[in-house]
Design a protein around this ligand. Structure first.
Ligand SMILES: [Zn+2]
Length: 316
């Protein structure tokens, strides 16, 4: 059943991609792909080879990414504001790892750290990277009420109290904290542009260039609200060592900036070129987990305060 369905949606996804390959002249598809269901079907048809084999899916109970159901998330008044201090001088280089482009930091000291939020101690910044789609209709790993964003930023931190290295922290419970930020299409992002300008130098897989003095806090939205839940890495080894902090507000980037992401290649120099797009893992089941929010759930409050039943009882 899945195979039959996927053949149909592969056709649609291919159609969307064909439209998009005519760069510079945005074409409007004759058939709208904006419905959530259609988007999900197409998005899942665009799976990276990493996720096409069932063998790559472990039998864990707290895998990521997930769809965050706003109404099901629970406000936790004990969640503290997130405190972020990044030292721009700890930024080292940017490299194309064949799945995304990654900006690496010197994590030998506590110079670039986050604390507060759901954390009991500080966590060191190791790297950040992005996930994005071939087209604007999908690209993010997490979704909110099934809404998919065109991209998602992940800032990866490790716990220097429980572990002596990032590699060790990957295997530890509470070893990692990843901040997720959705990318929304909109205004040009000046902070992101410095990164975008460096991308042509790492177009091919396994290329690396120096990229120093960059403060990634410029890539965070000003709104302090976030959701948090216990999950996993979304790339192998998929270990369940991650406390996720998903920012509620997206940041805006413009179309040309996303297009520069899509100019990167999964492939090495000399290989047949394959564009680096759709580098996200499919959604995983929530199972027995609760998503907590740092902010009051106004969706729910609006429903609860609506005096529908009360009014009905007293009507003539
Ligand atoms: Zn990621």
């Amino acid at each position: 059943m899945v195979l039959l369905n996927s053949r149909k949606v592969i056709g649609l996804a291919h159609y969307c991609k064909q439209l998009k390959t005519l760069r510079g002249k945005p074409l409007v598809p004759a058939r709208s792909c904006s419905l959530a269901t259609c988007t999900h079907a197409n998005r899942n048809a665009a799976l990276h080879p990493l996720w096409q084999s069932e063998l790559s899916i472990p039998g864990g109970t707290r895998q990521s990414p997930i769809n965050i159901q706003w109404r099901d998330s629970v406000y936790d008044p004990h969640l503290k504001p997130l405190k972020i201090h990044y030292d721009p001088a700890t930024c080292l280089y940017i490299w194309n790892n064949g799945y995304s482009f990654q900006v690496e930091f010197d994590d030998s000291t506590d110079k670039s750290v986050i604390m507060g939020g759901p954390m009991e101690n500080h966590y060191r910044l190791k790297q950040f990277h992005f996930h994005w789609g071939a087209i604007n209709e999908w690209g993010s790993e997490h979704t909110v009420d099934s809404k998919v964003y065109p991209g998602e930023l992940h800032l990866v931190h490790w716990n220097p109290v429980n572990s002596t290295s990032f590699e060790e922290a990957i295997m530890e419970n509470n070893g990692l904290v990843v901040i997720g930020v959705f990318l929304k299409l909109g205004a040009h992002h000046a902070g992101l542009q410095k990164l975008v300008d460096a991308l042509p130098a790492v177009r091919h897989k396994d290329t690396i260039v120096e990229f120093d003095v960059f403060d990634p806090s410029c890539l965070l939205p000003s709104c302090p609200d976030y959701w948090t839940y216990d999950g996993s890495l979304t790339t192998p080894p998929l270990t369940e060592s991650v406390t996720w902090i998903i920012k509620k507000a997206p940041i805006e980037v413009d179309e040309t900036q996303l297009e520069e992401f899509r100019m990167l290649l999964f492939t090495s120099d000399g290989e047949e070129e394959k564009r680096m797009v759709d580098n996200f893992r499919p959604l995983q089941p929530l199972m027995n987990r609760t998503v907590r929010s740092s902010f009051q759930n106004h969706h729910l409050l609006n429903i609860e305060t609506r005096p529908r039943e009360h009014a009905h009882q007293h009507s003539p």
